[in-house]
Design a protein around this ligand. Structure first.
Ligand code: URP
Ligand code: ZN
Ligand code: ZN
Length: 484
């Protein structure tokens, strides 16, 4: 009566660890019991951990940057790499550039995403929130189940300004959608760029200097204040500073409808990696930049304390050549080198090894950070946990296997990995998406295009009481009806 039975494994969810067998039928978990007989296929998970498949909630796939540089990974290679890294689904970005209609953007990404081997959705990126976008196109996207979008507080071609942020936060709130924000103060960064350029300091290492910790902290604080003013949900992406994380923690204590993530690069790398010889440092350029060891320690503490819902990769694969990092030339100054690094396959092995194996986080926290919380925050109601009725999105991990990170085992279209040479313990050996084995002991079993678009629910705000600004409360503002 089962298509597949995973037996003899240790099942882990965000709350529990237990010995159990899982019976899968029609792509879903049909039963979990101490012992399940039968099954057309039986997968032995003895001495293995059986976890919800990872959900990668921050990846740039088949996406043109605002400077027009296309990522090296398309939906095939990006999803294959994700699958080898223990993921059963992902939510890359569908980026609107100024002047583009959101409907057209989504049509473009629908065509690109057809190649995915894992289930997918998109977060929109909104850089041009026209009246039509706010009143027609975004609500239409929400109805389709695309219930999240990212906005920028930095980059001249992307940054919405505070008024634009308030407008779009309000629209998102009205529809149960969630605004994600890249929080860095644009003027601080531009001021630093001008100062560095005036002194001729253009090597990659100055990228890390040009985007100060305070630029993130100021913008995180402002983004939280803007969201609190209109009591809208907000997700702060790729938090890279201790100060930014502390602001998130504080605002959560105050009840704000706030969510946040950090990324492995902020735990693994420092600005000294940008000071490697020659152009090598460009491999480690991302925004916000990687920081220092004290920041890494602080971010781990915030992971432990629950400040972050997720640890996401921010996979932004620009190759180390003229198609990627160096479209402006091999000797381009740092402001013209593409920002971003790959990491979709390394995210979970890194978090497992440095987090679980080193005793920094529990297995339950690992599951929450890698899958469950993303499912809840971004409305993937069929994913992120293991119980009857859920999609059979499962990763079977060997918690003791060791591996040294190489480019080859990233299975992406890149020509480097910033995690090269790191010794990690814990390998996702078998990965299933809706009951289909997609990766098995280093072999790809999925076929191009078998991933499905997942229409997502609205954001789950359980446990987030919110914040009521007196001035927006009709009982206190002389009845002014100026916000929902
Ligand atoms: O440097 C990065 N992170 N590039 C990707 C775009 C973004 O802001 O997430
Ligand atoms: Zn960003
Ligand atoms: Zn990103």
């Amino acid at each position: 009566m089962f298509d597949t039975v995973i037996h003899s494994g240790t099942v882990v969810t965000a709350t529990d660890t237990f010995r159990g067998d899982i019976g899968i039928r029609g792509g879903r978990i049909a039963a979990i019991a101490e012992r399940i007989e039968g099954g057309e296929r039986r997968i032995d998970a003895g001495n293995r951990l059986v976890l919800p498949g990872g959900i990668e909630a921050h990846a740039h796939i088949a996406q043109e940057s605002s400077a027009g540089v296309m990522t090296a990974d398309d939906y095939y290679s990006g999803s294959v790499s994700a699958a080898f890294g223990g993921n059963s689904s992902f939510i890359p970005f569908a980026g609107q550039h100024r002047g583009q209609s959101v409907d057209d953007v989504l049509a473009t990404y629908d065509a690109r995403a057809k190649r995915s081997v894992i289930d997918y959705s998109y977060h929109l990126i909104i850089s041009d929130p026209t009246e039509n976008v706010l009143t027609e196109e975004l609500p239409r996207a929400f109805k389709r189940g695309i219930t999240s979008f990212k906005v920028f507080m930095t980059y001249d071609l992307m940054n919405l300004g505070d008024g634009g942020m308030l407008d779009i936060l309000t629209v998102a709130k009205e529809h149960g959608a969630i605004t994600m924000v890249h929080a860095e103060n644009n003027e601080m960064v531009k001021w630093m760029n001008r100062r560095l350029a005036a002194k001729g300091l253009t090597a990659p290492k100055y990228h890390a200097i040009s985007r100060p910790e305070l630029a993130e902290e100021e913008a995180v604080n402002r983004a939280i204040s803007l969201a609190k003013l209109v009591d809208a949900p907000l997700f702060i992406v790729h938090v890279s500073t201790a100060g930014g994380a502390a602001l998130v923690q504080r605002a959560k204590l105050d009840g704000a409808k706030l969510f946040a993530e950090t990324c492995p690069q902020y735990l693994a790398l420092t600005r000294h990696d940008l000071d490697r010889p020659g152009r090598e440092g460009a491999k480690f350029m991302c925004s916000p930049p990687v920081r220092d060891h004290a920041t890494q320690d602080a971010l781990w503490k915030h992971i432990q304390a629950g400040t972050f819902e997720s640890v996401s990769s921010d996979h932004a694969p620009y190759r180390f050549d003229e198609t990627g990092k160096f479209t402006a030339g091999l000797d381009a100054p740092y402001p013209k080198i593409a920002n971003g690094m790959p990491g979709i396959a390394a995210r979970l092995p890194y978090l497992f090894s440095e987090g679980v194996v080193k005793g920094r986080i529990t297995l339950q926290q690992f599951v929450a950070l890698s899958s469950t919380n993303a499912a809840k925050t971004f409305g993937m109601t069929q994913k992120g946990s293991l119980y009857p009725g859920m999609d059979a999105d499962i990763a079977i991990w060997n918690p003791e296997a060791t591996r040294t990170v190489t480019l080859a085992d990233q299975h992406d279209n890149m020509d480097f990995t910033p995690f090269e040479g790191m010794a990690l313990t814990g390998v996702p050996e078998v990965v299933l998406n809706r009951g289909q084995v997609i990766v098995e002991h280093g072999e790809l079993r999925a076929v191009e295009g078998q991933g499905r678009f997942i229409a997502r629910a609205t954001v789950d705000l359980t446990g987030k009481p919110g914040y009521r600004s007196k001035e927006l409360d009709p009982a206190q503002n002389f009845g002014a009806e100026i916000a929902p």
